[in-house]
Design a protein around this ligand. Structure first.
Ligand SMILES: Cc1cc2nc3c(=O)[nH]c(=O)nc-3n(C[C@H](O)[C@H](O)[C@H](O)COP(=O)(O)OP(=O)(O)OC[C@H]3O[C@@H](n4cnc5c(N)ncnc54)[C@H](O)[C@@H]3O)c2cc1C
Length: 558
């Protein structure tokens, strides 16, 4: 577990160079990794750091004077920030394109002001002021959206503000009998874990963005953490929500299960700030585990390895963390890690009968050694029929120790001219491998540069009885117009996901398993949910936000 106090001190929305300010906690690329990547991707050796802040052009804020005066009266002078630094800090999320724009200062959508309400009542009143003055509101949690969810679009409004929920940082209550905790929306994941740990509980939600993302953001995007097989997706953990809307406050979640019509909580969970501002979330919590074991295996070939994970899911013996890398991801992990351990593993693999190594990381968390032993044995029994090489705890523990390191490595890759981005989807087991091949082929085709192919890696990290998610990581040499280069690649991949081929009337997979819709997936949403689906969303929007101030251009089309 990371050190929550230190991590919180690193949170700084004004940073443009990456995950941590001034390189703190950065993960520089080892020389051997840079050499290998340069050769493999044909990098030209250019250094591409973020441009100095002084070169950024920040337009004057357009918040109407009367609106500002009312907001200052409501929140206080310091909580209505109109300075360039505060506004720049809430300019977009953390997708590759967002990072490029923030690094180069080109194409920035800067909010006119940043508002910092202190509690749910103030959030409600802020919305009322913004309705009166025709100001768009972008709810802002950790700002880690990778789909344009926090881009400060104003639509047809006079101005746009970022509604930063950082001051809603309290644990409101804990009901140890029911195992329900109520957390305010702005609590960051590390703080949530530390507040709950004081009561002997955990949420068990560990996405890779753990260090920065918030409870409200998790709910608003239907997030999925690395231990989703054991603890569930975030949506599974939500018992109730308190939501501020322009037409009044909405509270949902009277009981753990209900037949009182459709589950309307789901309009807030996944509402992406377009259907209300979540101010509090009641979450199911579990006793903090006392025992943990992480280990790694190598399976032979993608199809057999995916079949093995399917067996675990369908026999209901998944480890809490079950993460399968394809051959390409396994190979790149070996290349980039280098060193003695990597050499030892290669030697081991040479001596084994494994032709196409696919790394499987398994992690169990339990309340007693006996429970852990029994669950681990059940998982391992289900893997018996599959050819594998057991690597033991070391490989698993190494993954666990570095599980939040990805964003820092991304900063280092950006600095040396790499196009580095991820995308994700999900489908049922019978289509999984076809979907993987189709997306992979589309990305390779689009990003191949004069015969220099990109690196396209894939892993499966969320498995269900009926199917699983696929998560792709792409590395390529950055093109002359990098934003356009990725836009075309993303379009090609999304085309492969949504393509209707015989037998796949709804497309090969979903647009997104856990990153949400934002601006980036909006053009394809109707293909997935149909015209009726988009009309239903528009009708809900009209009911809760009739003047359309909430997060224009996200989830619900203009
Ligand atoms: C490096 C990296 C790794 C990631 N790994 C994962 C992962 O493993 N799993 C995963 O699920 N996601 C992952 N993400 C995506 C992202 O972290 C999640 O979408 C996360 O849930 C967003 O939380 P946030 O607090 O940062 O929300 P933000 O980015 O601030 O907002 C996301 C969306 O929710 C809305 N929103 C935020 N707070 C509220 C609120 N209180 N009420 C209403 N709407 C609100 C925003 O308007 C926006 O539309 C990753 C992102 C990065 C950059």
């Amino acid at each position: 577990m990371c050190n929550t106090v230190l991590v919180s001190e690193l949170i700084d929305h004004t940073l443009r160079g990456g995950w941590t300010p001034s390189g703190a906690g950065a993960a520089p690329l080892p020389t051997h990794a840079l050499r290998w990547l340069s050769g493999r991707l044909g990098l030209d050796g250019a250094s591409t750091p973020a441009a100095p802040a002084s070169l950024l052009e920040v337009p004057d804020g357009a918040l109407p004077v009367e609106a500002r005066a009312e907001l200052v009266e409501l929140l206080g002078e310091h909580q209505v920030q109109t300075g360039a630094t505060a506004r720049l800090g809430r300019t977009g999320g953390l997708s590759y394109s967002d990072l490029l724009r923030r690094r180069d200062g080109v194409g920035l959508a800067v909010p006119d002001a940043v508002l910092l309400p202190a509690d749910p009542e103030q959030v409600q009143r802020v919305l009322e002021v913004c309705v009166r003055h025709d100001v768009a509101v972008v709810p802002f949690g950790g700002g880690t959206s990778v789909v344009g969810g926090v881009t400060a679009l104003r639509g047809a409004k006079r101005a746009v503000v970022a509604l930063d929920l950082a001051r809603l940082d309290r644990l409101v209550s804990v009901d140890p009998v029911s195992r329900i905790a109520v957390l305010q929306a702005g609590v960051r994941a590390p703080e949530a874990e530390s507040l709950l740990a004081a009561h002997g509980f955990t949420l068990g939600h560990f996405p890779q963005s753990f260090e920065r993302a918030t409870i409200g953001g998790f709910a608003a995007t239907r997030s999925a953490g690395q231990a989703s097989a054991g603890y569930g997706r975030f949506a599974d953990m939500v018992e109730g929500v308190r939501v501020a809307t322009p037409v009044g406050e909405w509270r949902l979640g009277a009981a753990p299960a209900s037949a009182a019509g459709p589950d309307l909580r789901q309009l807030a969970i996944g509402g992406e700030g377009a259907l209300g501002v979540i101010t509090e979330v009641a979450v199911r919590v579990r006793p903090k585990p006392t025992e943990m074991r992480y280990e790694a295996l190598v399976l032979d070939g993608w199809q057999a390895a995916a079949d093995a994970v399917r067996a675990l899911a369908q026999q209901r013996v998944l480890a809490d963390v079950t993460r399968l890398s394809d051959v390409d991801e396994t190979a790149v992990q070996l290349e980039l890690s280098g060193g003695v351990k990597s050499r030892a593993l290669r030697t081991l693999l040479l001596g084994s009968r494994i032709d196409e190594p696919c790394l499987l990381v398994l992690g169990w968390e339990a309340a007693s050694a006996a429970e852990l032993k029994q669950r681990r044995a059940a998982t391992m029994r289900a893997l018996h029929g599959f050819r594998s090489l057991r690597l033991g705890p070391r490989g698993g523990e190494a993954w666990h120790a570095a599980r939040f390191a990805g964003p820092r490595q991304r900063d280092a890759l950006l600095d040396v001219g790499v196009c580095v981005e991820t995308l994700e989807t999900a489908t049922c087991w019978s289509r999984l491998s076809e979907l993987r091949s189709a997306v992979r082929a589309a990305l390779v085709r689009e990003l191949d540069r004069d015969g220099q192919p990109p690196i396209v890696m894939c892993h499966l990290s969320h498995a269900y009885e009926t199917g699983a998610s696929l998560y792709f990581t792409v590395l390529a040499a950055r093109g002359a117009d990098p934003v356009d280069q990725w836009r075309r690649a993303k379009e090609a991949a999304t085309g492969a996901i949504t393509e209707r081929v015989p037998g796949h009337e709804l497309g090969r997979g979903t647009l997104t398993h856990h990153h949400a819709v934002g601006t980036d997936h909006l053009p394809w949403l109707e293909a997935e949910i149909g015209g009726i689906g988009t009309s239903v969303l528009a009708a809900v929007k009209q009911a809760v936000d009739p003047t359309g101030i909430l997060n224009p251009g996200k989830l619900v089309g203009p």
